[in-house]
Design a protein around this ligand. Structure first.
Ligand code: SF4
Length: 410
């Protein structure tokens, strides 16, 4: 029996994958700190160069502080960076995320080793726990058939495939019995859920809504081209969070075309205005400094972002990923310009977030995560001022917006 610590980088899909590994630990024990561990499993992210360097820094730190601990490297970075990390003896073992349910045997394996499996499988582990969280992340889908020119994910996660609906419903049922009431549905491209099985994300949501004990469901990122009338209807159900994360990536059609994106501004704008009229707070992902992004493209995008009813934004500075089409574009936007453009966009969305709450009339429903704070139905962090330690669901009827934070009284 070995003691194993998991370090997770990246998105919610990785959080779920880590839970799958925890569930498959067999006789090994889970520990909550590197200092207690015989082995550390690093579930890596490969979405940007930055995510890779954060993982490398972590590896260096663990190697320095705990030289006897075995380091196992998995996740999206395993296929691309795993071999070189192993060669440099920075890690002791590498296995691709498609092999994660075999984690117990990798912990026991004679090191060093590297094992990269075929893409194309889908998890069938039913989680009975979700460690350290008050809400549970449930992976409904894996892989992506889109071909965005900057993105390395389809090559590491494979083609789009969906988890069997029965398994998802059983999974949510089990977790509600363990006391979970909030669920986040994740995947690489969840809008494509069910397409190869003749069903859809909307149909899945309608069934999840019938499970007793489900209080709130939120979706991970959805592509604008995948949101149709039926999905909007399903999203309007009372158990759904009033927050949508719609991945736009840019607001200039010229840049969107060179990114090989399927969305364009006019239809994006119509969709977001419709969702906002339905009461949704709307977040997006946006790439700043794509190689073909000229000053004019940025100015156009700024004017257009001002028109969009956005409340949240996840800004990525473009970084070339080896093997992608965009990486071969010779031009580059310099780092200083990227930082300036980024700040400009951040400021616009921050003001919009505040305006959203200034005109908000609904009571905020918050599931406390820690230190008297948690997320409301619009996916904003709310902090309660109270001398008591609050747990579970809390309503905020009176609140104020303070330095970018929502502060509520109990
Ligand atoms: S939709 Fe585009 S950005 Fe998203 S995972 Fe697929 S290829 Fe990558």
């Amino acid at each position: 029996m070995k003691k194993v610590f998991f370090k997770t980088f990246g998105c919610r899909t990785n959080l779920f994958d880590t839970q799958v590994m925890i569930e498959n630990l067999g006789e090994h024990a889970l520990v909550s700190d590197e200092s207690e561990a015989d082995a550390v499993v690093i579930n890596s992210c490969a979405v940007t160069n930055h995510s890779e360097s954060v993982a490398r820094n972590y590896i260096n730190r663990v190697k320095r502080d705990f030289p006897d601990v075995k380091l196992l490297f998995t996740g999206c970075g395993a296929k691309g960076a795993g071999a070189s990390l192993l060669k440099k003896a920075l890690v002791d073992g590498v296995f691709s995320h498609s092999l994660k349910s075999g984690v117990a045997s990798y912990v026991d394996r004679k090191m060093p080793f590297i094992e990269i499996g075929e893409e194309g499988g889908i998890d069938d582990t039913l989680l009975t726990r979700f460690d350290g969280k008050t809400k549970a992340f449930v992976k409904i889908q894996e892989g992506c058939d889109f071909d965005c020119s900057y993105c390395v994910i389809p090559s590491v996660r494979g083609r789009a495939r969906s988890v069997d609906e029965r398994l998802i419903l059983d999974q949510i049922n089990i977790l509600t019995q363990r006391g979970f009431e909030e669920f986040v549905l994740t995947g690489t491209n969840i809008g494509s859920y069910g397409l190869e099985r003749g069903t859809s994300l909307a149909a899945l949501l309608e069934k999840i809504g019938k499970i007793g004990g489900v209080k709130r469901v939120r979706l991970g990122s959805v592509e604008p081209s995948q949101i149709d009338d039926r999905l909007l209807d399903a999203l309007n159900a009372p158990f759904m969070a009033k927050h949508l994360h719609i991945a736009l990536q840019h607001a200039s059609d010229r840049v969107l075309a060179s990114m090989n994106r399927r969305n364009r501004f006019e239809s994006d704008c119509a969709l977001l205005l419709r969702a906002a009229r339905m009461g949704f707070a709307i977040g997006t992902d946006y790439i700043v400094g794509f190689p073909t992004e000229s000053r004019d493209d940025h100015t156009t995008a700024i004017d257009r972002l001002k028109l969009l009813p956005l409340t949240h934004i996840h800004l990525f500075a473009y970084s070339p990923r080896e093997g992608t089409k965009a990486a071969s574009i010779k031009t580059r936007v310099d780092g200083k310009t990227i930082a300036e453009r980024r700040m400009e966009i951040e400021e616009i969305i921050r003001a919009k977030h505040r305006e959203f709450y200034d005109r908000q009339k609904e009571t905020l429903t918050v599931l406390i995560e820690s230190k008297n704070s948690g997320y409301d139905q619009f996916f904003s962090r709310v902090r309660f001022e109270s001398d008591r330690t609050l747990l579970g669901w809390q309503n905020a009827e009176r609140y104020r917006y303070e330095n970018g934070e929502i502060v509520a009284n109990v």
